[in-house]
Design a protein around this ligand. Structure first.
Ligand code: 7TS
Length: 412
């Protein structure tokens, strides 16, 4: 691990920037996307400067280098999430594409009239809308695992649905992007395995922040995005059990995914290439590999410990801000570094704007989780989300800015 947390910040020049007339940037929108260390930016630049060629196609030296770099990133990702086999790692554009791939390539062959797909009340739209499209098309229905008032899933509501015997898939996130709730994945996968139902885990908010071992989680599909874990945008991963991928038809047809093409039929390439049609996003996959290296050097246990400490510190300080409602579990062991909040009668956009005057970047809105907003009975929330480079000093700036909002609106 690096010698200290403040050393890490030197790897991210953007964090030394000022904004809005010289205010130091306090970047607290990491659930949306994270900043990129020099090591990732330099790796991508080096790829384009010195190695660029299409992968998997030609025999000349550059093509060999490019292919090697692309495939070595696959090995890194496989190791990072403990995939049993590198061919279970499919590079996609991000979590959204990974989930849609499962909904099309697996869902359309396995979900039929009267069947049930299950998701939860705290999903991102990308783990709801693909299932709505699928179930509507097939005459199936979409059901929800309900959430209690602290933002934790009530698994007896899953038991009731499974008992009906029509469930074909349970799809849920490992960590909520709004409440920060960490899902007890094994509690769900073990129930589903007993019922013979496959599971998909949306790991977009989990993989960047904690050790993930897809084998021990016991799921069948696992999706995540590179840009939320210090990698570039436009690259993500679908992991799936080999036995599932082997049975699935391809999602996209085109170059590289075939073995033979004839006028009226084709045969498919081996895994994972069967699911990687066309020229892949080589440079960004290589960049994702550098992000994995970077996180491995810090150690995911250290990442989680640091964020847990920041979150506990922030929750304690925010509890004293007049008029502030904080959502999600109270216990920092049950949540990641995402804190959503509202001031009574103040629009979250106004809150975010006042924060911005102090250089604090937070997000406000529905966070692509409108089903959850309905459940919380709010139109929107403000949200601060942390990463490994954030500091207690930055939490102090956040809380100071929140106090300013309380004063401006005469709360408390
Ligand atoms: N799933 C979860 C849990 C997410 O938080 C997000 C993005 C996605 C899926 C989609 O990821 P993408 O990389 O395919 O876009 N979440 C957010 C957010 O909270 N604010 O901006 C994007």
């Amino acid at each position: 691990m690096q010698s200290s947390w403040s050393d890490i910040r030197h790897d991210f020049p953007i964090l030394s920037r000022t904004v809005r007339d010289g205010r130091p940037l306090v970047y607290l929108d990491n659930a949306a996307t994270t900043q990129k260390p020099n090591q990732v930016v330099d790796t991508i630049t080096d790829y384009y400067r010195s190695h660029n060629a299409n992968a998997h196609r030609a025999v000349y030296a550059l093509a060999e280098e490019s292919t090697k770099m692309y495939e070595s990133a696959r090995d890194k990702v496989a190791g990072f999430i403990n995939a049993r086999d590198r061919s279970e790692i499919i590079f996609v554009r991000g979590t959204t594409e990974a989930i849609n791939m499962v909904a099309y390539a697996w869902g359309r062959a396995n979900v039929g009239k009267g069947d049930v797909v299950v998701t939860t009340e705290y999903e991102h739209h990308s783990n709801i809308v693909p299932w709505q499209l699928l179930t509507q098309e097939k005459g199936a229905s979409l059901r929800y695992i309900l959430m209690d008032d602290e933002g934790c899933l009530m698994l007896d509501t899953l038991d009731d649905i499974l008992d009906e015997g029509r469930t074909k898939l349970v799809a849920f996130s490992m960590m909520s992007n709004v409440l920060g709730t960490i899902t007890d994945v094994e509690q769900i996968t073990s129930r589903c395995r007993r019922a013979g139902v496959p599971t998909l885990v949306d790991g977009a908010q989990a993989v960047p922040h904690m050790r993930v071992d897809v084998e021990s989680l016991g799921c069948d599909f696992f999706a995540f995005s590179g840009h939320k874990m210090m990698g570039p945008t436009g690259v993500g991963v679908l992991w799936a059990r080999k036995s599932m991928l082997e049975k699935m038809r391809p999602f996209h047809g085109g170059g590289d995914m075939i073995r033979e093409v004839h006028k009226y039929e084709s045969t498919w390439n081996d895994l994972p290439y069967k699911f990687e049609a066309g020229t892949p996003n080589i440079a960004d996959v290589v960049g994702l590999g550098a992000a994995v290296d970077y996180l491995e050097r810090i150690g995911m246990g250290n990442v989680r410990r640091h964020e847990r400490e920041l979150t506990a510190y922030a929750l304690a300080k925010m509890a004293d801000v007049p008029g502030l409602t904080v959502y999600g579990p109270r216990d920092p062991d049950r949540r990641g570094g995402v804190i959503s909040f509202n001031f009574a009668d103040v629009h979250p956009h106004d809150v975010a704007q006042i924060m911005d005057e102090d250089g604090v970047a937070i997000r406000s809105g529905h966070h692509c989780a409108q089903v959850l907003m309905e459940r919380l009975d709010v139109a929107a929330t403000s949200r601060a989300s942390f990463y490994v480079y954030n500091t207690k000093g930055e939490v102090d700036v956040l809380v100071g800015a929140l106090r300013k909002v309380a004063e401006v609106f005469k709360l408390g």
